[in-house]
Design a protein around this ligand. Structure first.
Ligand code: B12
Length: 218
């Protein structure tokens, strides 16, 4: 039997080489070996996807390859979300979490993983989708009154929209009625502090811990 570490390496390679079939085989193998779904995503496939992203950034990969890798990642995440739902811990309700990817940004994979993990951990999640205008986010906060708002942004060009949302919440006089968490590949702890967010998490597992902390439950 191969070790989990070896499987993670194979997963990273499979997505890097855009091998959909092999990726799905590895997911099934890992599930049958009871490897944690979050580890499969974070230690395995995300690593390979980021390599494709880096290659795209340096001009070594084309947009079609980026799209192909993203499609594999979506299939993998969907399969693992189902697996997570099966293992749903049915914990008591922790709070309402409103989540969306900011205006100008269509990256959804990380947000969707975060959503699945929040649900498994007892949050009621309302997903506004991607490329969500700041105005819509503010309206939804007024309507839904969530405990936490999570803003995802993957690009250096769109993280400024996280700042705009916080400013708009302040202007609407509702900033203090909720906690705001920011995340996504282009976001840093420092950026989170600079724009007055309540917290940042590098990955979905840390985001759950942070969300619980912000609600005073941990
Ligand atoms: C997949 C991908 C795509 C896919 C997205 C498909 C989809 N449905 O999401 C497609 C092909 C559509 C795409 C398009 C583009 N992309 Co793109 N993409 C990527 C890539 C390779 C991976 C992103 C990803 O899914 N990662 C995996 C997930 C699991 O990680 P994650 O998103 O970071 O999420 C985790 C954490 O960040 C955290 N998290 C995420 N959200 C939140 C929110 C909160 C509140 C918290 C607490 C935590 C949290 O939890 C998640 C799980 O652990 C990145 C490279 C990279 N290094 O990120 C480039 C990248 C982000 N893309 C890039 C670019 C340039 C583009 C395009 C402009 C390309 C083009 N010329 O058209 C377009 C942009 C379109 C737009 N307007 O948004 C650049 C951005 C550069 C920059 N300026 O910062 C990158 C960095 C690639 C590169 N090196 O050049 N992309």
């Amino acid at each position: 039997m191969v070790s989990a570490e070896q499987l993670f390496d194979e997963m990273a390679d499979a997505i890097e080489w855009l091998d959909d079939e092999k990726s799905m085989e590895l997911v099934e193998q890992a599930i049958s070996e009871e490897i944690d779904a979050v580890d499969i995503i974070e230690k395995g496939f995300t690593r390979g996807l980021k390599i494709v992203g880096d290659k795209f950034g340096t001009g070594e990969a084309f947009l079609t390859e980026l799209v192909a890798a993203a499609n594999i990642m979506e299939d993998v995440s969907e399969r693992l979300s189902r697996e997570l739902a099966v293992s749903d811990k049915r914990v008591e309700k922790k709070g309402v979490f409103l989540v969306g990817t900011v205006a100008g940004d269509v990256h959804t994979i990380g947000k969707n993983i975060l959503k699945s993990l929040l649900e498994v951990n007892g949050f009621e999640v309302i997903d506004l989708g991607e490329d969500v205008p700041t105005k819509t986010i503010v309206e939804k906060v007024k309507e839904i009154k969530p405990d936490i708002l999570g803003l995802s942004a993957l690009m250096t060009t769109t993280i400024t929209e996280q700042k705009n949302v916080i400013k708009a919440l302040e202007e609407a006089g509702i900033r203090d009625s909720l906690k705001v968490m920011v995340g996504g590949a282009a976001v840093t702890e420092k950026w989170s502090g600079d724009i007055g967010a309540d917290g940042y998490a590098e990955n979905a597992s840390d985001a759950i811990q942070l969300a619980l902390q912000l609600l005073g439950g941990n």
